[in-house]
Design a protein around this ligand. Structure first.
Ligand code: CS2
Length: 502
């Protein structure tokens, strides 16, 4: 619908809801009576396009226990979203777009939000309240302080040490949740579920390992309380959610007549597979499309290896070729082939999944990546490469090498990422590398970025792969040399076309 341009857009808030265009779905439930059972840490775009929407769907159905979400932001960038949400009575809009549709709806399931550095004590009260039955997390792939290759808890990390030394003024989710557990223990408050919503293999088990290790470092009684009083379901989450842009906000104002300071844009597709292990109750998410199961592992593996791995596969090459959106990159015939060949290489590492046809699954990924309407940013996909390479690509690589296979695409992808790290694209344009773990690659970068062995021997990323599989070093080095001397397009043409022709 097009807004009457004579009217200026209305700022989204409780008082303006009733005046929005009739076509806009909005919370037709009593937001003052929502049950504050879930506290979510990390209310970025993904949480607001996924978990909060499943809650909103339930609220719209009128469940007898109206579960809502209370949001917590820990990091400086969360301050902006906090101010916008406060301004809008914690309402925001979800714009769903693909080539066939564009819909905008208002989500009301967020009951409140706090920016933790300014409200530490209130956040701790929320987390330790007997009402809080679920603490959920979106803290990114790198946010668990667990080294991928070894599974070791990073007890020496500066922020972990800070939180151990300052239990009542923490910085990390670990410090906050552990302090809340300590208060629950003292006050006799009951158990709760810690639900990870990040793209991390065995995300529940990983969160458990991190929290229990942290608890142990505080004191043994706390760890014991955590062991008996917290459940840690694994879950697989999926919905492509680009960073919101000014252009998105302008579109919403113009087409829907709403001044929305905190909208989220995403694809229509969504998936959520969860282990049904909620020690203190949960919303009936299965009634709005979530899948409850006893074993999430194969779903997580399939999603992370094909979809997330597929994103990284085209992301670095795309940035080097100057593309700014994933859809543009996926439309380049060479990158399309790269993605297809990557998925063919990785598929043999995956278990069969009841109800999931891998041909359909991979075809859907190609279609989702080609969704030009969401303008998903290449820069978003390329961010935090160390954590993503370790989580999305190294596990497939390890499985293939251990089966004495000689993968060709994965070494190329690793080489393209290393080549990308020099920070200049094909035309000499400077690229911004955004990766909070880049320090681990210092020896490789200081050496000029041409010696693949220096990168592959970083154990926190690649474990023992470099020493146990010399093929990997040889192959990545060959690809890196080729990228450095002939550039990305020529290397892709040389490497992929013969394989396509076979
Ligand atoms: C992406 C994910 O960040 C990435 O590299 O692959 O954010 C992806 O868009 C989501 O996992 C989709 O569910």
């Amino acid at each position: 619908m097009i807004n009457d341009s004579a009217q200026s857009p209305a700022l989204l808030r409780n008082s303006t809801l009733a005046h929005l265009a009739a076509s806009i779905t909005r919370p037709r439930y009593d937001r003052s009576r929502m049950f504050p059972g879930l506290v979510h840490i990390g209310v970025g775009g993904f949480n607001r396009s996924h978990l909060a929407v499943y809650l909103d769907d339930l609220l719209l159905r009128g469940e007898s226990k109206p579960w809502s979400e209370f949001g917590i932001g820990l990091l400086p960038p969360d301050k902006l979203i906090h101010s916008a949400l406060v301004e809008q009575d914690f309402l925001y809009g979800l714009l769903l777009v693909d080539s066939e549709q564009e819909s905008y709806r208002i989500i009301g399931s967020l009951a409140g939000h706090l920016y933790a550095p300014e409200s530490t004590e209130t956040v701790l009260e929320k987390l330790s309240s007997p009402d809080c039955a679920i603490v959920s997390l979106t803290v990114t792939e790198g946010g668990y302080f667990i080294e991928d290759a070894s599974g070791r808890f990073l007890a020496d990390h500066e922020n972990v040490r800070h939180d151990l030394e300052h239990p009542s003024s923490p910085r990390t989710w670990l410090g906050y949740v552990a302090e809340a557990c300590s208060r629950r223990l003292q006050l006799g408050h009951g158990p709760f579920t810690l639900l990870s919503c990040d793209n991390v293999q065995a995300n529940g088990a990983t969160a458990r390992k991190a929290l229990l290790s942290f608890g142990e470092a505080r004191d043994a009684a706390l760890r014991k309380w955590m062991e008996t009083n917290i459940s840690f379901p694994n879950s697989m989450v999926d919905r492509i959610t680009p960073r919101t842009t000014e252009e998105n906000r302008a579109t919403i104002a113009q087409k829907f007549g709403v001044l929305d300071l905190a909208p989220v844009v995403s694809e229509p597709f969504r998936q959520w597979v969860l282990e049904d292990a909620f020690i203190a109750g949960r919303p009936a998410w299965e009634q709005v499309g979530a899948q409850m199961t006893t074993d999430v592992a194969p779903y997580e593996m399939t999603k992370m290896r094909l979809l997330n791995g597929g994103h990284s596969t085209i992301g670095y090459v795309a940035d080097l070729l100057g593309y700014s959106t994933i859809a543009e990159a996926a439309g380049d015939p060479l990158l399309h082939q790269l993605l297809i060949q990557f998925m063919a290489e990785v598929r043999p590492t995956l278990k069969r999944l009841p109800g999931i046809d891998l041909d359909d699954y991979t075809a859907t990924i190609v279609k989702r990546f080609s969704n030009a309407a969401i303008r998903d940013q290449v820069a978003r996909i390329c961010s935090d490469g160390c954590a993503k390479i370790a989580k999305f690509l190294v596990p497939s690589l390890t499985d293939l090498l251990n089966k004495s296979e000689k993968p060709r695409v994965l070494p190329f992808v690793i080489a393209s990422w290393l080549h990308y790290l020099r920070g200049r694209d094909e035309s000499g344009r400077a690229m911004t590398i955004s990766d909070s773990s880049l320090d681990c690659l210092k020896p490789f970068l200081d050496d000029g970025g041409g010696n693949a062995g220096l990168a592959l021997s970083v154990r926190s990323l690649f474990g023992e792969l470099a020493s146990t599989h010399p093929y990997l070093i040889t192959q990545v080095q060959k690809e890196l040399d080729q990228l450095r001397s002939h550039g990305v397009r020529a290397s892709l043409t040389r490497n992929l076309n013969p394989v396509v022709a076979q």
